[in-house]
Design a binder for this molecule. Sequence first.
Ligand SMILES: *Cc1c(COP(=O)(O)O)cnc(C)c1O
Length: 488
Amino acid sequence: MAGHMTPEEFRRYGKQVVDWIADYQEKVESYPVQSQVRPGEVLASLPAGPPEEGEGFEAVLADLDRVVMPGITHWQHPSFFAYFPANASGPAILGELLSAGLGVQGMLWATSPACTELETRMLDWLAELLGLPARFRSDGDGGGVIQDSASDAVLIALLAALHRRDGGAAAREGITRRHTLYVSSQTHSSLEKAARVTGIGAANVRVVDVDPDTLAMDPAHLDALITEDIAAGAVPVLACATVGTTSTTAVDPVREIGEVCSRHGVWLHVDAAYAGVAAVCPEFRWVNDGLDGHVDSYATNPHKWLLTNFDCTALWVADRAPLVGALSILPEYLRNRASASGEVIDYRDWQISLGRRFRALKLWAVIRWYGAEGLRAHIRSGVRLAAELASRIGADPGFALLEHHPFGLVCFRPRWEGLPDDEADAATLRVMERLNASGDLYLTHTRVGGRVLLRMAIGAPGTGDAHVEAAWRRIREETAREGRPAGQ
Ligand SMILES: *Cc1c(COP(=O)(O)O)cnc(C)c1O
């Protein structure tokens, strides 16, 4: 049994696997959206130890249905509205399969030239599709690279920013002065993580005020904090502006923030993890406002809303020199003529780890399958469904709607008549928990101005009018069951 799987065997089981995935796609709607297993249930159905003898692939496929599927939350379910979408698509899945089939390590140009050059071209294509400024493209000083996640992208940006600030002193000698970072209360938690990882320290992450209505960062307060920190002897390193915050898709004023950063020599990273890809549509090009100003790095996730299986974050820098300066280390065993010639990109110098997967293949497959028009149609469908849902919620006196919803996310809450805020919020959360436990749909929540809001993020490839209507009906049903919202 225990030999390698032959190409013939691979052909046989590979076809079964592809059939299994196609069957799953056909019946994904028949599953409860959120997995209903209890903690430890999947663990308990797995043998405590590995088999001594090989078991054959049929056994794996059988256990996939028996052991794994009950413990799956169906992110591709058309009634998955939690967090943000994590789109999978046929071409992306096949691109992943091809990448696995080739099994290359793309750490250096020399370790698989196509892995590097296809990635360079794909990031330039994507820059063009999104209408990003020319300086992010690889034919100038800048360029793009695929990272695992937006969290990695922000860490990479921070390392490049540190390098630009001190010429590598912190990297060589350790951080000896107080360095500061600038975020808002709405910035993704990955910024704080990056502060911890780099040794800058979470206490040196400065929180800039937001406008209480739009939740957008206040550039004047950013300026004041940076000025104060410099006067106190600190070294301001990086500010992070967000286009489409995780909580509510608020949009920071990137241009004004960039002007402040440029005055103080602070690196500006723009995190558009979710919303940035909307720029494939001309009517959403405004999400790029300010990117032509003083922006040093920009990240968006094709793996959220642009039909590309996780992982695929696109990170662009306006100047690749500080990035490579921060991360390039050349041990003897990696020396090679192509790298020494300076004619090639070695993406290991653009990321934390050495090894890297051939992720450009799935992006290539997605962009070629859908074309710009297909990608636009997908974004527009999510936006339209969200706008229609928002207008229903807005017209219902029993619910309060957060007015800002330019993308696929709608935030709202039931209005609980006569309940103090904390009890009302508890009631809202109970409604959400019952909805999620029903398996009919999956929502998450956030807090804005201290109040709990439900988040409904629309953007799975299969989501249509009927799914959003059914969700809205279920939300009203469970709200009515919980109590009596205002006006009903
Ligand atoms: C989702 C999100 C992230 C994190 O993305 P990962 O790729 O999962 O790390 C970061 N920033 C924003 C604004 C996000 O919405």
